[in-house]
Ligand binder design. Structure first.
Ligand code: ATP
Ligand code: MG
Ligand code: MG
Ligand code: MG
Length: 542
């Protein structure tokens, strides 16, 4: 299927490429059907664009940087938010031109720290990435739903068992992000879900906090919006909080409509009182757990004062303040840090705080624990992230000034969403889910070939050759992706190869059977071959 050239870099060999083309075709059809429009953006992108959004610095070593002969900096694209936003800011002028959704299927490069498992985590890989542009939050959420539904159709057509889960979306918060996972025991992600309701979440973010590893923290940090401390200053003054000493983290967690305006909700992590983080981490402060939200009672117990509710935004966070058009969500809970000023942000806070019903300490969850939505018990399974849909909001359009004019001729930033599918990762995921000791078992929609014809003596028997050629033409005419194995191998070796490759249908054409008007058929999952009448074979396979 593939041949390794270097760490995380592969040549797609003919069989593998055939599967990739099938994945792409299904994705393309469903994206087009959902109203998305295909274009193709460059692999090599000028650094200036990445500097505009701050990602040139924020992305760290995962971003492959290159210089041209003039010494100018470029990035090899890991995704294309910057380029599509640049396209749109010069092309979209009016509300009449939106909503729009652009996508491409293009090579990506991410200098992964640990490339592994072949196409699962390559450094060079193919992704379908789409980007939607809307005039307001409501429109963006509608575009998001359209993509969510399209993804459901895509993964259903792949013939894979999958699950969509609420995902950590770092800077954005809310329920604005879902991952699509192919279920497989070897998956890197743990999914926790409730079989009797639609509760399903990725444990990733919770685990990042739990393990306290710098790598995990880094990953969480990378997803965090640039702190906008200034917007919280009013709030801090009101609460008589010294920003420098007590506020450890300020992050944008979500956006909501409040009184017809888009309110931004910030999350401030405060560390108040006399307790040093190390003490808390070491469990020396009774009642405070560094790795989860502290309850109101615990805060009261430790700090001697109750947190207050100052603003209405439908959350039960300890302190909420509405200031100007900015809603700041202030909380007295504490969290862990590995060292001074190295804090976890962008983890689950946004989602958990916006939706108190979903607050759960997922790290220690075991099968059978009650589901946070109260509708049953939890189950856990492992998954491979093959798709990710994401409500971006205006982070990119604001930093890159991508605006449109509304009916009143007033400029407003475009509301964006982005939607990825790991095209090449699908191959690895499909195999991880479908194999036996003989090899791969491809779902028919992804198989490099649907049907293999194995003639017994193609160049020895005129009868076998003639029937094989006829059958090949008939299968092709019926739209079946068919191949003839005319290598002249012994049956055992020939069959073993096709079982290893994982072609779903095999038909053996031999003189003996032909004389009785029969062919020998075996499905990849069948224990034995069976005789099928020559005349019926095409409709049988179809
Ligand atoms: P992961 O958590 O596995 O690193 P990601 O969250 O960084 O993935 P996204 O930025 O959400 O990935 O990209 C969209 C999709 O691209 C992912 O859902 C995944 O299917 C695919 N993808 C991401 N990184 C790789 C990679 N290194 N190799 C192959 N496919 C990848
Ligand atoms: Mg990644
Ligand atoms: Mg991920
Ligand atoms: Mg992702």
């Amino acid at each position: 299927m593939i041949k390794r050239l270097g760490s995380g870099i592969y040549t797609y060999m003919p069989m593998g490429l055939k599967v990739i083309r099938k994945v792409e075709a299904i994705v393309r059809e469903e994206m087009n059907q959902a109203g998305a429009v295909e274009l193709l953006m460059p692999l090599v992108q000028p650094a200036e664009l990445w500097q505009e959004t701050g990602r040139w610095d924020k992305m760290g070593p995962e971003l492959l940087r290159i210089k041209d002969r003039h010494g100018r900096d470029y990035a090899f694209q890991p995704t294309s938010e910057e380029v599509i936003t640049d396209v749109v800011r010069s092309e979209i002028k009016s509300y009449r031109q939106i909503p729009l959704n652009f996508y491409h299927i293009q090579t990506k490069f991410r200098d992964e720290r640990r490339p592994r498992f072949g196409l699962m985590r390559g450094r060079e890989f193919t992704m379908k990435d789409a980007y939607s542009f809307d005039r307001d939050l409501e429109g963006m959420q509608k575009s998001y739903k359209i993509m969510y539904d399209a993804y459901t159709r895509i993964f259903t057509r792949f013939g894979l068992q999958f699950r969509a889960v609420a995902a950590d979306n770092g800077a954005i918060g809310g329920t604005g992000s879902h991952e699509f996972h192919v279920i497989a025991g070897t998956g890197e992600d743990a999914l926790v879900y409730c079989p009797s309701s639609d509760y399903a979440a990725n444990m990733e973010a919770a685990e990042a906090i739990a393990t306290g590893s710098r790598a995990a923290a880094g990953a969480a940090l990378a997803k965090t919006a640039t702190p906008k401390a200034s917007k919280c200053e009013d709030v801090a003054a009101q609460l008589k909080i010294d920003l420098k000493t007590t506020v450890k983290t300020i992050a944008l967690t979500s956006e909501k409509e409040v009184d017809g305006k888009v309110a931004k909700q910030y999350f401030m992590l405060l560390l108040r009182g006399d307790h040093e983080l190390n003490e808390i981490k070491a469990g020396k402060v009774p009642g405070l757990n560094p790795y989860r939200f502290s309850t109101e009672e615990e805060i009261k117990e430790v700090y001697g004062c109750a947190p207050g509710y100052l603003g209405p935004i439908g959350t039960k966070a300890p302190v909420t303040v509405v200031a100007d058009r900015t809603v700041a969500l202030m909380s007295d809970f504490v969290t862990g840090a590995n060292e001074v000023d190295f804090h976890f942000t962008g983890a689950n806070w946004g989602r958990d705080m916006a939706e108190p019903s979903l607050v759960a300490d997922l790290r220690n969850v075991v099968e059978g624990d009650p589901s946070p939505d109260g509708k049953g018990v939890l189950a856990i399974e492992r998954g491979i992230e093959v798709g990710h849909v994401f409500q971006l909001g205006t982070a990119y359009s604001e930093s890159m000034q991508a605006t449109f004019l509304d009916e009143n001729g007033k400029p407003a930033p475009l509301q964006m969403g982005c939607y990825g599918i790991g095209i090449t990762r699908i191959l690895g995921a499909a195999i991880e889910q479908n194999f036996d000791d003989k090899g791969i078992i491809w779902p028919t929609s992804l198989a490099p070939f649907e049907l293999v014809l194995c003639p017994m003596g193609y160049d020895r028997s005129e009868m076998v050759k003639e029937e094989t050629d006829k059958l090949y033409a008939a299968a092709q005419a019926a739209g079946i992706d068919v191949i003839v194995d005319d290598r002249g191998l012994r049956p055992g070796a020939m069959f073993a190869d096709w079982e290893l490759i994982g072609v779903p249908h095999r038909v053996v054409i031999g003189e003996r059977g032909l004389k009785e008007g029969n062919l020998e058929y075996q499905g990849r999952r069948d224990a034995e071959a069976s005789a099928v009448a020559l005349a019926d074979i095409v409709s049988f396979v179809k």
